[in-house]
Structure formats: C-alpha cells, structure tokens
Design a protein around this ligand. Structure first.
Ligand code: SF4
Ligand code: SF4
Length: 506
C-alpha cells in the first residue's frame, strides 16, 4: 500500500473518533466561557480555574488529546508554549489553534490541514494608490466602489466571529491602504476585535507621524515593498519619481519606532540581480526580507515575459534559503555551546511555496531535517507539522477580501465571476468556507494534475513535496486559463511543462 493511501485510510478510521471527542469539550460554559480556549491555556501551563464539569472534561478528554497530538506531530511543546503564553500575540495563536481543533471537528484531520476558518485575512482595503507600479496585481488606480467606513466596520464584526472563535490575524493591503482617509479609524476598530494586525504598504506615506500612529494603535507588523536596491531600479517599476527615498525613509521610520518591519520584493527578470543587495539592506536596517513570487495577474499579466524561468527561480530560492539555513545552523551551534541563542531565525522568507522544498533539500545537505512551517515562514520547533500546514494556503489557511468586500481565495487570483466566492456583507462566511467547491478543490492536493512528457510523469500531482508545497495555485490559474489544478510551471520539476507553455524547444 502506498504511504499516501495508508495515511488516508488511517485518517478515515481515526477522524470520527477525534470528532466525537472534540464535540464533547468544544462547549461554551456560562461560568468559564469557551472550554476549548481554556483547555488550550491549561495545556500550555497557564493557571486556569474551571467549574467541576469543565475541569472533568478538560482532564479526561481535552488534555490527553492535546498531549497525544503534540507528540504525534513531534511539535515542540516548549516552542509552542513560548509562542502561546509567553508573548504578546498569545490571543492570535490561541484563536489559531482553536480554529485548528474546530477544523478537526468539522472536517477531520486532513493533509494539508484545513482549519474551521482562516488564520489570516488579507484585505485589499482600497483600489486607490499614489504609485503606478507596472506589476500591480490589483490594477490599482481607477476608482471602483469600495466599502464605506461603516460597512468596513461591519465586515470586521463578521470576521471577528468566524467559526465562533474569530479571526486571529488581519492584514491591510491595497492599493495603498494608508491613502484611505478612514484607515486609522477602521484599523482602530479592528484592533478591538482582532488580536493581530498588520499592513502591507508601498512605504511612501510612512512619515514619522503615521508610523507613530501605527505603533500606538497596535499594528504589529509592517511590510514595505521595495523593488530595487537603487532609486533607478525601484522607480523603473513604481513609475513615480522620488518614491524610492520616501520608501527608504518609511522603512527606517518603522524600524526606529520598534515595529516589526519587513522589506517585500516582487522578484522578476529585471530585478533578480538586486535581491542579494536588498537582503543586505534588510539585514543592515534590521528588517526582515520577504520574496514575493511574480504572478501574471492584474497589470502583471501584460508583462508575462518578466516572470523568472524555473532555473532562475530555483537559484533565487536557494539564495534566500542559504541565509535561513545559515541562521538555523548558527543558532544550533550557539545552543550547543551556550545552551541558548538570541539569534532570530525567521528573517528571510518567500511566498513561493517551492521554498519549503528548497529549504528542506539544503538543510538535508547540511545533515539537518528541517523545513519551513508554511510557505512563508521558517520557525524552529514546528518542522514536523510542515505537511499539515502545507505550502500554498489559499482558501485554506488564508483568504482575501477585495475593497468592496468580495471574498477571493487569494489576492493573486484575478477578480471574476469564478474567483469571487461571495461578498462579506451579504453572504455567510461559514457557508462559503464550509462548502464552496473552489475552496475544497484548492485544499485537496490529490486533485493536482500530472503530465506525461517523454515517458516521464511530472507535474505537482506526482511530486513528493506536494504536501509541503502544492505549487502556487494563482500562478496555475493565470497560466492555464483558470485551471486550478494545473502545474506551477515556475518550479524546476515542471520545467518541461514550462517549455511547452512558452513554446520553447526541448
Ligand atoms: S512540482 Fe509542484 S508541488 Fe512539487 S515542488 Fe514543484 S511546485 Fe511544488
Ligand atoms: S495562490 Fe497560494 S502560493 Fe500563490 S500567492 Fe496565493 S497563497 Fe501564495
């Protein structure tokens, strides 16, 4: 029996048992509130006082289940405890885990995992922008109707009730989110209801005053787009003279204010050579670095030729992965020598799901068995759950909102009648999350297609790493006319398919 079918058979057997156990302790108690949340706190060592009934359910069912699951997943409990209880984002993490457990109750354990609601929503808050980037996925600029301030707050109310737990993390994006006059008002409202807030911005409006306001209102993370290490390269894409300096000032202002700051670069053929320099800038300024995949959607569709070849993408991912593997090894060395290390591992990221596969291979070459925990983050302690978190998170771990409230699986999907799943104000979010066929198609790696070329079977469907990667589904959608299950032709393993699509000789 193949491993895949063995795992599926095993899950088929244990899922009903797990569901019935969770059903018993996923209760709201008049005295204690959500027992699911309380039992998680208790598991991670917090002193929780419970009524007799809740105490008994926790001791007999919830606690043993968490204990066994964390052992089976080889999830490092100490790491998880540090993440949950001993740091400022504990509420976001607790909500995230509660959604995972409710996900098991609703859909059973699946590989990769589907929680009862998204861990994160990226909200393209406006269609407006003060730059004219050649590769904007939102085609920002032309005015289109957006949610009013009041409607935006109603959308937040809905998000804060998802699956009876509420959304853990919300990211404002755009267009340029800071251009909307009510940004701070809406973000302040969101702050009361959603534990982790972030913003993705072009950085030009990150004046000292605005950055102070972001900090004061509790925005946790700022991601700033930078397309080149020099004015010339950056402005060639952003199409507005003078924006480079403003963006660099914005990055410095955020770092100076103590915000978790990340430089985000969409990498294509005209700035590939800049990446190492941009990562050096990030290191020097003590910011993180995030590579964004080039996806031919929005205005980028007109510039398909800018997309990297599979070989170029592989080299790029290896360049980023080497930095993170290097950091990981340094931490290991320090821990062996001194018992602990202060070095932060999670400094260099990629939204490209093949990153997991590349990190895994480079780590193995160094005799290490770790990879990234999702397609964009590398954390020590959660290596074994990579299969469950599983690469592309579109419509599974994360979902996107348009400025008018339309729900889409990912911001990189074009907006059309097939990709808009409903509107946040008019539709039931749970109904969409639980039932939408497009979402379930995205969640099933078994649906990914295979291709026979010269006697070899290739494609994401035949890939050993499909559970930790799965390919970027938005890229497949764009390159294959709306086919969600086609190959991600940016991957080196699919190079032959890429050549066919590009009509290149073998
Ligand atoms: S073939 Fe597909 S699933 Fe496998 S590594 Fe490449 S993109 Fe990921
Ligand atoms: S489709 Fe998946 S891999 Fe691609 S950008 Fe969206 S979440 Fe990331």
């Amino acid at each position: 029996m193949q491993t895949e079918s063995f795992e599926n058979a095993l899950l088929l057997a244990i899922n009903p048992i797990l569901k019935s156990i969770i059903e018993k302790f996923d209760v709201d108690c008049e005295q204690d509130g959500s027992l699911l949340i309380s039992s998680l706190k208790d598991f991670f060592g917090e002193n929780v006082k419970l009524c007799r009934n809740c105490e008994s359910l926790n001791r007999k069912l919830a606690n043993p289940l968490f204990e066994i699951s964390s052992r089976l997943l080889r999830a490092d409990k100490k790491f998880m405890k540090d993440r949950f209880l001993d740091q400022e984002y504990r509420d976001a993490w607790l909500k995230g885990f509660a959604l995972m457990i409710k996900g098991v109750k609703k859909y059973g354990i699946q590989i990769p995992f589907t929680p009862a609601g998204p861990a994160e929503v990226v909200w393209n808050f406006t269609y407006s922008c003060n730059l004219k980037c050649k590769h904007c996925y939102e085609d920002a600029g032309p005015h289109r109707p957006e949610l009013t301030t009041e409607q935006a707050c109603m959308a937040i109310d809905k998000l804060s009730n998802i699956a009876g737990v509420g959304l853990p993390a919300l990211s404002f994006s755009g267009g340029e989110p800071l251009i909307r006059k009510d940004f701070f008002e809406v973000a302040a409202y969101a702050r009361k209801k959603i534990p982790y807030l972030s913003i993705a911005t072009n950085g030009t409006l990150l004046t000292k005053d605005n950055v102070k306001k972001l900090k004061e209102m509790g925005i946790e993370y700022v991601e700033i787009s930078l397309d080149g290490a020099s004015k010339e390269v950056h402005e060639r894409f952003r199409m507005v003279s003078g924006c480079f300096e403003k963006t660099m000032d914005g990055i410095r202002n955020c770092v100076d204010e103590g915000l978790d700051t990340c430089i985000a670069t969409t990498v294509h053929r005209d700035n590939l050579n800049e990446v190492s320099k941009i990562m050096d800038i990030a290191e020097e300024l003590q910011a993180r670095f995030m590579h964004f995949n080039y996806i031919p959607t929005g205005r980028a569709k007109e510039l398909v030729e800018l997309d990297l070849t599979p070989k170029e993408r592989l080299l790029l991912l290896e360049t980023i992965a080497k930095r993170i593997v290097g950091l990981y090894l340094k931490v290991k060395e320090e821990e062996e020598k001194f018992g602990k290390s202060q070095i932060a591992v999670d400094r260099f990221f990629s939204t490209c799901p093949q990153f997991a596969s590349v990190v895994k291979r480079l780590a193995m070459e160094k005799g290490e068995g770790f990879t990234v925990s999702a397609h964009y983050a590398a954390k020590k302690g959660v290596e074994a759950v990579a299969n469950f978190l599983g690469g592309c998170g579109a419509g599974r771990l994360y979902i996107a909102l348009e400025p008018n409230g339309d729900i889409k699986p990912c911001v990189f999907f074009p907006t059309n009648k097939h990709t808009v799943l409903g509107n946040i104000l008019k539709a039931s979010f749970e109904q969409i999350w639980d039932n939408d066929p497009m979402l379930w198609n995205l969640r099933k790696r078994e649906n990914l297609e295979t291709y026979e070329i010269d006697g070899r079977v290739i494609g994401c469907g035949n890939c050993k790493d499909k559970y930790i990667c799965g390919g970027c589904r938005a890229r497949s959608y764009s390159y294959f006319n709306g086919n969600l299950n086609a190959a991600d032709i940016g991957c080196i393993d699919n190079e032959e398919i890429w050549k066919k699509v590009m009509k290149l000789p073998k």
